[in-house]
Design a protein around this ligand. Structure first.
Ligand code: HEM
Length: 432
């Protein structure tokens, strides 16, 4: 297809939709997505200076859903699954000997290999199995809320609750000892918070892209060294946790090779943590802004699942994933060529008024609430039941222990194009 026929975004909007700062500011970006869904729902984003590969930005709910479910036409493996600048892509290729994926994991595999790997842990993440860890999760929730109540009446919810709690849960299911958690926290934040100086642990503002890439590569190496040791332990003494399942798994009769095994640990450790932190903090923000809702759900806990689900939609912690077209095709009336790169923007899709009435409103009674925050199709979030369970249990404990809650300062969002959400949420709490 001729390039001239493509509905190309103007330079300013093209920059806005990939810029980490836009995701921190949030509302102006939602305005832009509203405009794009109307005027240019499948838009061609091409940087005049060629700093990143061009891609199609998909903003309508129906289009994102269709692409997500058609895993034969829209592949994960050929190009990076997370938006990246050319130099980061080149860096990954140099590091891996040609693969654009710094880490090989479920999200970078396509059929048939993807399902073989997914099946290894799928059972483990099902509600039936998760019921067995509910008691442990509740214990962690109680300890976490104790710390918040002791620190009160004013405290940063992110620092004391929404960041450490999902990390504790995911480390527990991976079998990582508590004393190693700070190291894991730092590593996941370096991987995912790479663009935000408060989160990437560098203490440096506006790091150049090559420095961010180095930081991420260092985190991957450190993760690998850590999990190599854990694998040896789990092979010698297998237990019931996910790490034992991965360490002792076979695919087509062969044990996993080092890169695939490390990728598996890393995706569970990394995907299971900052995401749930963001939706948990989002739920708390919505409740702190609406004291009556807090009082209502304290009285009637049947409202809680609606709050959890709406918080996940409203925050959309995973802001996008990328796909590559396996053949010439069409999306929303727009021709897409084989090999084209597409951004499925979950923030935009989850704020599509054609699917969600008053999408910017936090509405815990929204029904149905078929949001795309967990994706859809073959790659739909493996940890979605765990994420919901963690949030439900934490809020049960919070509602038991806290009479009322209000904002005690300005919340702030992280600067990140990929996984994002609140990084500070100052609260004033009144214990029950
Ligand atoms: C995949 C979101 C929590 C593990 C994904 C995807 C999204 C997502 C959007 C990609 C879906 C697609 O491509 O269609 C979220 C959100 C979470 C969350 C919003 C919290 C609110 C978790 C947790 C875990 C986890 C707690 C595990 C401990 C994974 C894994 C994949 C994945 C392993 C890759 C699945 C595959 O490619 O087959 N998640 N996630 N996630 N998530 Fe989550």
């Amino acid at each position: 297809m001729a390039s001239a026929a493509k509905p190309r975004l103007d330079a300013a909007t093209g920059y806005e939709v990939i810029s980490p700062e836009s995701y921190a500011k949030w509302d102006p970006l939602l305005d832009t997505f509203d405009r794009l869904r109307e005027e240019n729902p499948v838009a061609w984003v091409e940087d005049a200076e060629g700093r990143h590969p061009p891609f199609w930005l998909v903003t309508r709910y129906d289009d994102v859903m269709r692409i997500s479910k058609d895993n034969a036409t829209f592949l994960n493996n050929p190009q990076t699954v997370v938006f990246a600048l050319n130099e980061a892509i080149q860096f990954a290729k140099n590091l891996t000997g040609g693969s654009p994926h710094m880490v090989a994991s479920l999200v970078t595999f396509d059929a048939p290999i993807h399902m073989k790997y997914r099946k290894l842990t799928q059972e483990w993440f099902m509600p039936k199995n998760l019921r067995q860890i509910e008691g442990e999760v509740r214990e962690l929730a109680v300890k976490t809320v104790d710390r918040l109540v002791q620190a009160g009446p004013e405290a940063d919810f992110c620092k004391l609750v929404s960041q450490p709690y999902p990390l504790h849960v995911v480390m527990q299911i991976l079998g990582v000892p508590e004393e190693d958690e700070p190291r894991m926290l730092m590593l996941t934040q370096q991987m995912f918070g790479g663009q935000d100086e408060d989160l990437n642990q560098s203490g440096m503002k506006d790091l150049p892209p090559e420095a961010i890439t180095q930081l991420v590569a260092g985190a991957v190496k450190d993760f690998e060294a850590y999990f190599a040791k854990l694998t040896a332990e789990k092979r010698a003494n297998p237990t019931e946790d996910v790490a034992s399942t991965i360490a002792n798994a076979t695919v087509d009769g062969e044990p996993l090779n080092d890169r695939d095994m490390m990728g598996y640990y890393i995706i569970v450790a990394a995907a299971g943590h900052d995401t749930t932190s963001a939706s948990t903090a989002g739920a708390m923000l919505a409740l702190a802004q609406d004291p009556e809702q807090w009082a209502r759900v304290r009285e009637d806990r049947s409202l809680l699942p609606g709050i959890v689900e709406e918080a996940i939609r409203w925050t959309s912690p995973v802001q996008h994933f990328m796909r590559t077209a396996a053949e010439d095709t069409e999306v929303g009336g727009q021709k897409i060529a084989k090999g084209d790169w597409l951004m499925l923007n979950y923030v935009a899709a989850n704020h599509d008024p054609a699917q969600f009435e008053s999408p910017r409103k936090f509405d815990a009674s929204r029904s149905p609430n078929r949001h795309l925050a967990f994706g859809a199709g073959a790659h739909q979030c493996l940890g979605l039941h765990l994420a919901r369970l963690e949030m439900r249990i934490l809020f049960e404990v919070l509602l038991d222990r806290i009479e009322s809650v209000e904002l005690a300062g300005e919340p702030a969002r992280s600067k990140s194009t990929f996984v994002g959400g609140l990084k500070t949420l100052p609260l004033r709490i009144t214990p029950a």
